[in-house]
Design a protein around this ligand. Structure first.
Ligand code: ADP
Length: 462
C-alpha cells in the first residue's frame, strides 16, 4: 500500500481540528482531515451547541410571549414541537452546506470520511468504507473530541441521550408529557428547562447534592431559585435501573437516603457526563492519557512536539470555542516549527449554562479564589434596576464582577439572567486583557442595554 505524505493530518474535523487545517492549508501546507461523519464541525453541530440552542431559543421566545401574555400584551399562543425539531434540522443542514462550500473553496485540504488510528509518531492509518489508507504526517492534531458517557445501569438502553435528542432527524419528534432527566450537569439541566418551558412535566434526578457540580456554588445558588418551579429537582439520588411500565412508558428505579423508590415517565434522558475519545494507538506511542483526556499544556503539544491534542480530547476546557482557539494555537506552533510561539489561556474561557434563564461565568470566581487564598472585591449589578430587563419583564438575576482586592484588576465574573451568554464574553475579554475596575467604570457602555450593568458593577466599588 502506497504511503501518502502530508504536512498535517487532523484526527477529527470538529472545532479542535478545522481552524488549524484551514490556517495551514492557507499557508501552503498539504492537509488531510479525517472524520467518520465525513463533514466538518464535529459534535457541536451534529448533537451539541447548535441544535440544542435551536430548541432553546425557540423555547425562550415561547416563554417570553407567555410572559407578555401574562402582562396582557399578547394573546394565547401555541407551540408545535415537531416544527421546532424541523427548524433545528434546517439550521443544521444549512450549516453543513456552508461548511461543505468552505471546504470546496479551500486549496491544499481534503476531508476523508473514516476513522484514524496512530501507528507511530508520524504514521496514521485511516479506515474507510473503501479500505485502509496510510499517511506519513509531518504533524498530527488529535482532535477526536468527546462522547456521551453511558453508565452501566440495567435498562440504560431505554433512555435517550443528548445525541438522540439533538442529532439531525432526532429520535424525539413529539413533546413528551413527562420527561425524567438523569443528571444535573449542564446538558441535563439545560434540557430540563427547555422542555419545561414547552409544557412537559420534568423531573430531574441528580446524584450529588449540588446541581452543576464543579461550578461555583455561589453562582448555582443564585441560578437555582430562578429555574421554572414546575421542574421537580431531586438531589442525592442514585439511579439503579430503568424498566418498562406495562403501558410502554419508562420507570426509573432509584435509591435516596437509603430508601428505594420509582418514578414513571414517557421519556428518560440519560445525561451523566461526557468522556474523551482517545484514538487507537495514542498510548502505544507514548502519549500520556489521564481520566480527563490527553495530557497537554498551553502549547497543546504532547510528548511528541509535532503531535498536538486540541479540544475536548484534552479535557482542559471542553467547549467548542475553547477548541477553536486551541486549534489556532496548534496552527501557529506548527508554523513556528513546533517550537511554541503561541499559548492557550485555559483560565479565561467564558462558559454559559444555557438554561432558561442562563448562567455564565469566566475566570476566577469566589470558591476558586478562596481555595487559592486570593482576596476579592465584588462589584454588583442587579437586573431589577436594568432598563432592558424591565422592558422585557426579565428582572431576575444580575452581574457580579470579581476584582483583586489590592489592584482592582478584574479576575473573573458571572452573570445570571438576561443576556448572560452575551455579557460574559465582554467580561471575559476585559479579564483576559487585565482591565481594572477603573477601566470598566470609565467605559460608556450602551444604554438601554444590559451591558451597561458591567460598568455599573465596577462603579459600585467606588
Ligand atoms: P472538538 O470540538 O474537541 O474538536 P468534536 O466532538 O466537535 O470535538 O469533534 C470531534 C470529531 O472527531 C467528531 O466528529 C468525531 O466523530 C471525530 N473522531 C472521533 N474519533 C475519531 C478517529 N479515531 N478518527 C477520526 N475522527 C474521529
Amino acid at each position: 500500500m502506497a504511503i501518502q505524505y502530508v504536512d498535517l493530518l487532523t484526527i477529527g474535523a470538529g472545532g479542535g481540528a478545522y481552524p488549524a487545517a484551514f490556517r495551514l492549508a492557507q499557508a501552503g501546507r498539504s492537509v488531510i482531515m479525517v472524520d467518520p461523519k465525513g463533514a466538518m464541525s464535529g459534535n457541536c453541530l451534529y448533537e451539541g451547541c447548535v441544535p440544542s440552542k435551536a430548541i432553546r431559543e425557540t423555547a425562550e421566545i415561547y416563554q417570553s410571549q407567555q410572559r407578555l401574555a401574562g402582562h396582557g400584551l399578547a394573546g394565547a399562543i401555541s407551540i408545535d414541537f415537531t416544527k421546532i425539531t424541523m427548524h433545528k434540522d434546517a439550521v443544521q443542514a444549512r450549516r453543513y452546506e456552508q461548511h461543505a462550500a468552505e471546504l470546496a473553496a479551500a486549496r491544499n485540504i481534503k476531508l476523508i470520511q473514516g476513522t484514524a488510528r496512530l501507528l507511530g509518531p508520524h504514521e496514521v492509518a485511516v479506515n474507510t468504507t473503501e479500505g485502509e489508507q496510510r499517511f506519513h504526517c509531518a504533524q498530527i492534531i488529535i482532535a477526536s473530541g468527546s462522547d456521551i458517557f453511558i453508565p452501566p445501569i440495567p435498562g440504560v438502553e431505554l433512555c435517550l441521550t443528548s445525541h438522540d435528542l439533538y442529532k439531525p432527524d432526532s429520535a424525539l419528534k413529539t413533546l413528551p408529557e413527562r420527561l425524567i432527566v438523569i443528571g444535573g450537569g449542564y446538558i441535563g439541566l439545560e434540557t430540563a428547562t427547555f422542555f419545561a418551558a414547552l409544557g412537559t412535566k420534568v423531573t430531574l434526578l441528580q446524584k450529588g447534592e449540588q446541581l452543576l457540580s464543579g461550578m461555583d456554588p455561589g453562582m448555582v445558588t443564585l441560578l437555582t431559585p430562578l429555574l421554572d418551579p414546575a421542574i421537580r429537582i431531586r438531589t442525592g439520588v442514585d439511579v439503579t435501573a430503568v424498566t418498562l411500565t406495562p403501558e410502554g412508558g419508562r420507570r426509573v428505579h432509584y435509591t435516596r437516603a437509603e430508601e428505594t423508590d420509582t418514578l414513571d415517565g414517557d421519556v428518560v434522558l440519560m445525561a451523566v457526563g461526557r468522556r474523551p475519545v482517545i484514538p487507537v494507538g495514542t498510548t502505544e506511542i507514548g502519549i500520556a492519557v489521564t481520566r480527563k483526556g490527553i495530557d497537554v499544556g498551553p502549547s497543546l503539544q504532547t510528548v511528541h512536539p509535532h503531535i498536538y491534542a486540541c479540544g475536548d480530547v484534552n479535557g482542559r476546557v471542553p467547549l467548542f470555542h475553547a477548541a477553536v482557539r486551541q486549534s489556532m494555537v496548534a496552527a501557529h506552533n506548527i508554523l513556528g516549527g513546533n517550537i511554541p510561539l503561541d499559548y492557550a489561556d485555559f483560565n479565561h474561557v467564558p462558559t454559559t449554562v444555557f438554561t432558561l434563564p442562563a448562567a455564565a461565568y469566566v475566570g476566577l470566581t469566589p470558591a476558586l479564589a478562596e481555595a487559592q487564598g486570593i482576596k476579592l472585591r465584588t462589584g454588583r449589578y442587579d437586573f431589577a434596576e436594568d432598563s432592558r430587563a424591565q422592558i422585557l419583564e426579565r428582572m431576575e438575576g444580575g452581574i457580579q464582577l470579581f476584582f483583586a482586592a489590592d489592584s482592582l484588576r478584574l479576575l473573573g465574573g458571572w452573570v445570571v439572567g438576561i443576556d448572560a451568554g452575551q455579557l460574559i464574553g465582554q467580561i471575559g475579554t476585559a479579564a483576559a486583557h487585565g482591565l481594572t475596575a477603573y477601566d470598566l467604570a470609565r467605559f460608556a457602555d450602551q444604554h438601554p442595554m444590559s451591558a451597561e450593568g458591567i460598568g455599573k458593577a465596577a462603579r459600585s466599588l467606588f
